[in-house]
Design a protein around this ligand. Structure first.
Ligand code: GLC
Length: 725
């Protein structure tokens, strides 16, 4: 075998291609096929480099960390084993020139991840296209010609009770994944350009894989706690009076809320970084007033720039040559909300910096966060719904890239520009950026919402596996439009969707122009009462969620988890789409159909409590749970220590109130709680407190003890409640 040690791994020369096998950490290695022996490049998704580590070549095999690899000298196909000799992966065929690879399905009982998909949780037997698309109708059709969703995360996880692996195909072109749909024994991965280049992760548990993947592609930033509160939006609040009246109604009806959104009508003729004088004549003072009422305001900023003489963003971008052009050197003009529209080339740092600066005025006016939409990028003037494949981008090395290569990362680069711009303006705050289009790694820059769903039960239901799979793909801070975006939402649907949304990290009610108003007070008295109760319940769980999301920022681990995340040995959990765990101890069982007052619930092994009445159940069984309209079935695992906040008008009020610690006895329990101001970056300088709380196992004499790890921020008054003794 023509092999040499190079670049923290091996370079193997085949007839037409070279294969690089590189070491990243004990459970991450990379397989990159290149034409010559040049060092392979990675996309913007990857934040780490290969390192020197434990790798050697022995008896014709490559040993890297916990892997052993056999390479076919002729084809450069590989077999991957763990260090015990168990086969993890076997190539069936490889075509680096296409590029395409087919791998055998070996022992996988489920395939998960792959980001935002309109699919059931388990992808086995399905095929999909990863190509960021402005899809107005989410639908579950499995056909490569059907563009799927706004986001592409070409990463998946193979799962079995005793082992698991992950594979990240690091290619920004359109990719097609077939998980045993066309050929039942095979997984096929194919890209429309670029290199065959993938990372392979291995671990005993799915948590190992998610953290390894997050290690490679980055973790989300620590969020401002207010963005874990309830958020109210509409396309659009048409003018300042309407916006103020929404704020007043939220307070009048005692619906806690932190964030209000301004959709495209706040701008002057959809020109980004302008404000309509007609509709928002007193923009700054209105935002100031909302602040006094305890709200923060997020504004939408899309990539499409109106091509109009004497409009600064356009004129400056033109002069500096910052917009995307066609190969003949002409500017590409398409159409989004503004028309004609041109598109900044965010792949260049100088363009991002220029774009970032425009945010300053908005922040000075009191705007708090930025919502990046239409950044697939969407373009109404072509049937493809986006820019032409052959349009030209330049990267920081002045290399030309076609749009076909840049397409899936365009949204990522826009959010990078936004976040960098906001940080430059004020580095003391944790800025909030929301995006619709994303690629692997986008989690470092923006929270994500799943775009234009509809007010139908099917979309409530499908949002559950979609958000769980996003979490398994390194994207924990995500959510769907509560109540549905398109079409009119009924009172019952809004109740059920709010019950679900209350346990999803990004919790925003949003609806389309021309649909029935979707704010809670547009429904019956009784519907309003239940919706309000669940928004308040969300705030009761604020400290719990904040700590989970902090953990996501530290390790990449999602807050919303499939049951098999903690019960991997139990295959009964592999296809449960309509239940999830928030953290380890809280089982959320949303109702996904109208008129339903009971639902089936699966409780994995161990002892469980009904959250509402503390009734106890032994797990490893299915049961029928009561689910009248006013009740979302919730179960808590014995041993859980649940912090519950006192509810105020927003999250800052909640943090000032008392904290109830509900200790569910029967199992040993442990939790760590972090307290800080929730908004500033003061925690980076040590301005926080941290407690470790332990619950003893003795059912008759349960004991709770607290260990103060750090005491640098006021901790709320704590009230203990022992459950089950
Ligand atoms: C897109 C967004 C939607 C927004 C609308 C108007 O359809 O997905 O959320 O309200 O554009 O800006």
């Amino acid at each position: 075998m023509k092999m040499e040690i190079k670049n923290c791994g091996f370079l193997i020369r085949g007839e037409k291609y070279c294969l690089h096998i590189l070491y990243y950490q004990d459970n991450i290695i990379r397989f990159a096929y290149t034409k010559g022996d040049e060092t392979p490049c990675s996309t913007v998704a990857v934040v780490t480099n290969p390192v020197e580590g434990s790798y050697h070549f022995k008896n014709g095999q490559f040993h890297l960390g916990r892997f052993r690899v056999e390479v076919n000298e002729e084809t450069l196909a590989v077999n991957i084993y763990d260090c015990n000799g168990d086969k993890l992966s076997e190539d069936f065929s490889i075509h680096p020139e296409q590029p395409q690879i087919k791998k055998k399905l070996l022992w996988e009982k489920g395939i998960y991840g792959n980001g935002e998909k309109y699919r059931w949780l388990n992808h086995l037997g399905t095929a999909t296209v990863n190509f960021n698309s402005d899809v107005l109708f989410h639908h579950p059709i499995h056909h490569p010609q059907v563009f799927e969703m706004h986001t592409s995360i070409p990463f998946y996880i193979g799962l079995a009770p005793d082992r698991t692996y992950g594979l990240f195909f690091d290619n920004s072109y359109k990719t097609e994944f077939d998980f045993g749909k066309t050929e039942p024994e095979l997984v096929s991965l194919k890209a429309s350009g670029g290199n065959l280049d993938y990372y392979f992760f291995y671990g005993a548990t799915i948590a190992d894989i998610v953290s390894a993947y997050s290690q490679l592609t980055g973790k989300p930033p620590m969020p401002d706690i207010r963005y874990l509160g309830f958020q109210q939006s509409r396309y659009s609040y048409q003018d300042q009076d309407e916006l103020l009246s929404v704020a007043e109604n939220l307070r009048r009806y005692e619906i806690p809320c932190d964030i209000l959104y301004l959709d495209i009508h706040y701008m002057d003729q959809y020109k980004v970084f302008t404000i309509s004088n007609e509709r928002f004549a007193d923009f700054k003072s209105v935002i100031g007033k909302l602040k006094e009422m305890g709200f923060a305001v997020v504004v939408i900023i899309n990539p499409g720039v109106k091509a109009e003489e004497s409009y600064t963003v356009y004129e400056e971008g033109l002069e500096k040559d910052y917009f995307i052009k066609m190969p003949d050197g002409n500017l590409y003009a398409g159409e989004v909300w503004p028309k004609p529209a041109v598109f900044p080339d965010f792949l260049r740092a100088e363009v991002r910096e220029w774009w970032g600066k425009f945010h300053q005025e908005l922040l000075e006016a009191g705007v708090d966060g930025v919502w990046n939409d239409m950044n697939e990028p969407s373009n109404f003037s072509l049937p493809s719904g986006t820019l032409p494949d052959e349009a030209i981008h330049y990267n920081d090395y002045d290399e030309k890239l076609t749009h076909a290569e840049a397409h899936n990362v365009y949204g990522l680069f826009q959010t990078m520009a936004t976040r960098e711009g906001l940080n430059k303006f004020d580095s003391s705050k944790r800025h909030f950026v929301l995006t619709r289009a994303a690629f692997a790694g986008s989690q470092r820059y923006a929270a994500l919402w799943t775009g234009d769903n509809s007010s139908v039960w099917e979309h409530l239901e499908s949002s559950i596996p979609m958000i769980i799979n996003l979490g398994l793909s390194g994207y924990p801070f995500a959510g769907a439009d509560v109540g549905g975006y398109r079409g009119d939402c009924s009172g019952e649907l809004l109740i059920r969707w709010t019950q679900l949304g209350a346990f999803i990290p990004f919790f925003r009610n949003h609806s389309e122009i021309g649909t029935a108003h979707q704010e809670p007070w547009h429904y019956s008295e009784s519907a309003l009462r239940i919706i309000r109760e669940y928004i308040r319940l969300r705030y009761r769980f604020l400290t719990y969620l904040y700590n989970l999301i902090r953990n996501s920022a530290l390790t990449g681990v999602p807050a919303v988890r499939p049951l098999f995340y903690h019960y991997q040995e139990d295959q009964e959990t592999y296809n449960i789409n309509d239940q999830f765990l928030m953290g380890e101890g809280l089982m959320v069982c949303p109702v996904t159909r109208p008129g339903v007052e009971h639902r089936m619930v699966y409780l994995p092994e161990g002892d469980w409590y009904n959250f509402w009445n503390n009734q106890q159940y032994t797990g490893s069984r299915y049961m029928v749970a009561e689910a009248p309209l006013k009740e979302l079935p919730l179960f808590v695992k014995a041993g859980t220590i649940l912090p519950l906040n006192e509810v105020g008008r927003n999250s800052v009020d909640c943090m000032d109130g008392k904290l109830e610690l509900r200790c569910y006895t029967g199992e040993k329990g442990f939790c760590r709680l972090f307290f800080d101001d929730g908004i500033s970056n003061g925690y980076k300088n040590g301005n926080y407190s941290e407690l470790e709380i332990t619950l003893s196992t003795d059912l008759h004499k349960p004991k709770v003890s607290i260990n103060v790890i750090k005491d640098n921020y006021p901790v709320p008054e704590i009230i203990y409640k022992i459950i089950g003794s």
